[in-house]
Design a protein around this ligand. Sequence first.
Ligand code: NAP
Length: 475
Amino acid sequence: MFINGEWVDARSGATFAVINPANGEHLGDVPDGAREDAELAITAADAAFHDWSMTTAYERADVLMGAWTLMRERADALAHVMTAEQGKPLRASAAEVAYGADFIRWFAEEARRLTGEWLPSARSNQRFLSVQAPVGVVAAITPWNYPMSMLTRKMAPALAAGCTVVLKPAEATPLNARAIFEVFHDAGVPPGVINMITTSQPAPIGDVLTTDPRVAKLTFTGSTAVGRVLASAAGGSLKRISVELGGHAPFIVMPDADPVHAAKGAAALKFLNAGQACISPNRIYVHQDHVEQFTATMVERVERVKTGNGSHEGIGCGPLVNDAAVAKVEAQVDDAVAKGASALVGGSRLTDGELAAGHFFAPTVLSGVTTDMAIYREETFGPVAPIIAYDDPDTVVDLANDTNYGLAAYVYTNDLSTALRTVEALRFGIIGVNDVNPTSASVPFGGMNDSGLGREGAREGLLEYLETKTAGIAI
Ligand code: NAP
């Protein structure tokens, strides 16, 4: 754990093991923090806040630029840490390191663009000034699926704003978090400004972070169920809250779209990170005129995906995070098949040879998916592409909107009017139009309804860490 600029053990001395999900290898042990450790981390962040908040934007931007440079210099080593601990193929890890680093650069640049306003008054002897100030100590809780970029997407704007941070990373990926903390520490972030508690018991740490009055803001990325609990607890002490939660993304192939192009896009997107992405398509609506060609292309692409240890050459799909994740995917596929869907490729766990030591599920294409199946409603978080044939393009957006989630959605069409009308009608925070990567540090990321509150990235991502102060000045 990292408290007040030092790597420390848990006060209790307890540790927990870190395991490679591809082969069960024991990667090491990390401190198993408890309430008292979280309280010490908050004390350090609280004590460091005054001085850090008084640094100039130029100083904070320089430190962040230094971190960006270090992250790029260490890109190869960071990608190896990620693949070993999280499982995604090395190429995907390298892409995440670059994506994660880009948040640091973006917010280093944004730090110096923090300005105020000079506002009009009805009184001739009065002037108004409006400025933005850092909120204070930020508690950040992050998931394992994007174990570096989810940290930089929170820590970089918090630091740019002048806040201090206490982070609790996911139990499955503390070594990724350690590597990111080394980057910030080596770049010159002062003691106490960033602190990290690793733990195998998240609930007591969550309780401290959401109830301690010294914490001003909670930023969380993870499941809707946990986000709801933490946001409610933080609301009790009126903390600022941003929560990035689950999704159930629709992927619509309109009648005028090229089904082969759309299928290639869907295949590339769906099996990224073995389907363990909040923006992964979970309902693929294909117009009935295209369903045969779309499905054939998808199956042909998926049959070529090699599953295995992400550190091996040519692997396209790595392991799932743990056995519970495999069991959840398996239950959804079994339920769909029992209700009439067909698994055209994949459809089961992979346990042959060296795969037996990891948590693997075969990349799967399900056809004939219908609304009564669990996969139609529940987030899968695994490598399963459910295809739904539809016949009326006028109602497909209603089908797509029929979910409590509202994170990402995709539409394939060659008609500009259809594209724009669909973007306007979809109730989702992020929409890809003929595009399977509608994300960047420069654009807002976040969802509606059960997918969360607030946005990360872009200028909006910085505003989440700022308060507005108004000064009325009599002259
Ligand atoms: P999770 O189970 O909600 O865990 C997320 C984080 O919360 C982990 O650090 C976890 O610790 C911690 N946590 C769990 N229970 C807690 C409690 N009672 N108090 C405090 N912390 C607690 O989610 P996950 O399985 O790691 O991540 C997958 C989910 O994240 C999916 O639903 C996915 O869609 C969502 N996600 C959303 C976005 C987005 O930007 N919208 C991005 C990525 C992922 P442990 O690791 O110890 O359990």
